[in-house]
Design a protein around this ligand. Structure first.
Ligand code: 1GP
Length: 241
């Protein structure tokens, strides 16, 4: 099987759009996993991301183990902290919070992660993570003690994303924050996309097919949706294969 990253690159080259369903271990009940995953399997989703801002140690591993029993989709860790690392998953977004200036989230946690990654078969995918403001404080902001970039600061958003690419990151993730009132505007996606040669992930606040389509049309290669499915599983009916 080709690597997770290679699959993303190939899809981008072919213009095929990807969708990750984000599962927060803090919110997903183990008894609900099989029916939730069955809905994912019947949908156009291509990836399952697992992670959250505040998750107790051990919870992620139990959840990922259970998810893997019900799907052949790649399960990728999207960790808020090193304690969410588990070799039960297939890969990990190795996130640098490049919109912020907290050294812990630029390099500190990464050093801590190395000993936890040793001996695992996780595919490590370096990812530049940009938090874009959303009108209210997000959990990423609270936990990382960093400021998001304002939506009006387009030049800074574009330059930060490009700096991530120049630093060798393999993906750029534009994040409005889980449960954001407004998803990232297509105009911002388009302008960032024009600067990048690497794939672009967009997430936070996407709640409808219309928003999904406009984010794809603006240039997002992979969208991440969590809250919309948590709040209403009927949304899966709109994205059936
Ligand atoms: C959050 O980008 C993801 O980190 C998904 O956001 O929960 O708002 O879909 P939502």
């Amino acid at each position: 099987m080709s690597s997770i990253y290679q699959h993303i690159i190939t899809a981008k080259a072919k213009g095929e759009k990807l969708l990750a369903v984000l599962i927060d271990p803090d919110k997903m009940k183990l008894e609900a996993v099989s029916s939730f995953i069955s809905k994912i399997n019947q949908s156009i989703a291509t990836h399952i991301f697992v992670g959250g801002s505040e998750v107790d140690e051990g919870i992620t591993e139990i959840l990922v183990d259970k998810i893997k029993k019900h799907t052949s989709l790649p399960v990728v860790l999207f960790p808020g902290d090193v304690i969410q690392i588990t070799d039960k998953a297939d890969g990990i977004l190795f996130l640098s919070l490049i919109s912020g200036r907290n050294p812990e989230y630029l390099i500190g946690k990464h050093v801590e992660a190395v000993s936890r990654l040793k001996g695992t078969n996780l595919e490590v995918i370096p990812t530049g993570y940009l938090l874009i403001e959303n009108g209210k404080e997000t959990s990423v902001q609270r936990v990382s003690k960093t400021k998001p970039i304002k939506r009006s600061e387009i030049q800074i958003i574009k330059d930060t994303a490009k700096a991530g690419e120049f630093l060798g990151m393999k993906l750029i993730y534009l994040e409005a924050g889980s449960g954001a009132t407004h998803a990232i505007e297509p105009e911002i996606i388009l302008k960032v996309k024009q600067k990048l040669t690497i794939p672009l992930i967009v997430g936070g606040g996407i709640k409808s097919i219309a928003e999904l389509k406009s984010a794809y049309n603006a240039g997002a290669d992979l969208l991440v949706i969590g809250t919309a499915f948590e709040e209403d599983e009927a949304f899966f009916n709109d994205i059936k294969k």
